[in-house]
Design a protein around this ligand. Structure first.
Ligand SMILES: CC(C)(COP(=O)(O)OP(=O)(O)OC[C@H]1O[C@@H](n2cnc3c(N)ncnc32)[C@H](O)[C@@H]1OP(=O)(O)O)[C@@H](O)C(=O)NCCC(=O)NCCS
Length: 171
């Protein structure tokens, strides 16, 4: 469990399925993620069991569920390990009513701190679609550096790559 001034971050459990199902049911939330909404709470449970929990079991990292101090679920944020490329990715997704209040930046800071100072990672990346200004602003506020496009910029699926190294953390 991680804590910030306003937030509690917990590894996903099966009880989070309903919250994740509802979060992914908002097309505005999903717009720039490249992910599809879940068809049911059951599908969310399957993802939690097959992806989210094993990430923590295998790599001690994953997407944390974010709650306000009063217990309100607001979304998720966290690190994900990609064995194919040996890269660790920072990601975040919040319910629309909680956008624009600095929550993604606040949650991301504690996740970067966890990655660099607890897991001793050297580098963390972030990816966003070029139109996703909110996500890009979060990466910039975190002190991450623009590294270029992952595909041709004219490709509708072109993602922008940012990264940050342990030595640059929390500028
Ligand atoms: C991306 C997301 C997590 C940002 O969360 P957030 O808590 O609103 O982020 P923050 O408040 O920390 O910072 C966002 C900044 O971008 C700004 N912003 C957001 N959308 C913007 C837009 N369309 N144009 C200009 N600025 C924008 C906000 O005003 C804020 O700026 P500020 O720091 O000057 O106040 C949230 O919008 C979200 O969940 N989006 C849907 C899921 C998603 O796209 N995830 C990322 C996939 S790469």
């Amino acid at each position: 469990m991680l804590e910030t001034t306003r937030l509690i971050l917990k590894p996903a459990t099966i009880e989070d399925a309903e919250n994740l199902f509802k979060l992914n049911s908002d097309p505005e939330v999903m717009r720039y993620t490249g992910d599809q909404k879940f068809q049911s709470t059951l599908e969310a449970q399957k993802i939690i069991n097959e992806n989210l929990i094993p990430q923590f079991d295998n790599y001690q990292m994953g997407r944390f569920m974010i709650f306000l101090k009063d217990g309100t679920f607001i979304g998720w944020c966290g690190l994900k390990y990609f064995p194919e490329t040996d890269e660790v990715d920072l990601g975040y997704r919040l319910k629309r009513s909680f956008w624009g209040k600095g929550f993604a930046t606040e949650a991301s800071k504690v996740c970067l701190d966890y990655g660099f100072n607890y897991l001793n990672l050297k580098r963390i990346i972030g990816k966003a679609m070029p139109e996703n200004i909110g996500s890009i602003k979060v990466m910039q506020k975190l002190g991450m550096t623009f590294r270029g496009y992952l595909r041709d910029p004219t490709d509708p699926q072109a993602f922008i790559l940012y990264d940050i190294f342990k030595s640059e953390e929390h500028p």
